[in-house]
Design a binder for this molecule. Sequence first.
Ligand SMILES: [Zn+2]
Length: 331
Amino acid sequence: MGAAETRSREYPVRVIYLGGLGRSGSTLLERLLGELPGVSAAGEIVHLWQRGVAENERCGCGLDFSACDFWKQVGKEAFGGWDKIDTGQIGRLKDAVDRTRQIPRLSQRNSRPGFASELSEYSGFYLRVYRAIADVSGCDALVDSSKHASLAFCLSGRQEIDLRVIHVVRDSRAVAYSWTTTVARPEASGSGQQSPGSYMTTYSPAKAAGHWNAQNAALQWLARRGTPVLRVRYEDLVAATEQTLRRAATFAGLPAGELTLPFLHADGDEPYAELTTAHTASGNPMRFTTGRLPIRGDERWRSSMPDEQRRVVTALTFPLLRRYGYLGRAA
Ligand SMILES: [Zn+2]
């Protein structure tokens, strides 16, 4: 074992993992956390291998993945260059271990040896990238906004990773409404034609409700198994941004008491953040925003969501909606 490996074992790499179903506001939280001193926002590392390394989609800085110096250095440090890894193999490992349906197995301490070695190989790729991001950025903590609960379970078994999960929740009706609408992905080439990959995925309201239940329940389970998990409501992040960020920073082990948040401003009663460039590997189109970003909740679902859809989603997600305080009093 080399000296570097010994050292990293003594000092695990601190990863602030944003978990929850997509369209829950995790990109806003990631961008705000990324403005804190000592924090590097890395995007959705789960998609780094395919969309970044294999398909050369754009980094949050606007350059192609292969042209971005930050990621070039990370690849060199982690693997001796991105051309040294087989993204197909990482994809096969992902299919084997990093699936929602594998969560029961991931939560067992003693799974069958074959599964355990695939899991170790798979999470090892993340570990090396995380360490390299920490080294290249010089930051104490990095944000991985991959969101999937299954990946958080995959990472939770590794001693070398100081994993702190921020479980981002948002009203299921707002999330389901968002999943029914189409959003273009600016990473993909802009021919204006609908082709695979040029728009973000859409779900029916019932399907979105099912995913919302599964991801949220899984993250609660992760917390019960001993991984540090902080639940943050998107609505609170928008309504009380500074307070919510300080809570998240404290949870992540950052010196929140001394933190100044000079990137938060208000124009009259319109709060906004002033964002710098972030080298994010993949994620929501908001990752490309620099400069002024208005902080306001998207409440379109309240007026635009058909009643029938709203009833279906409310019924299907009722227990957790109530638990998270979206139906009057929190349970
Ligand atoms: Zn970049």
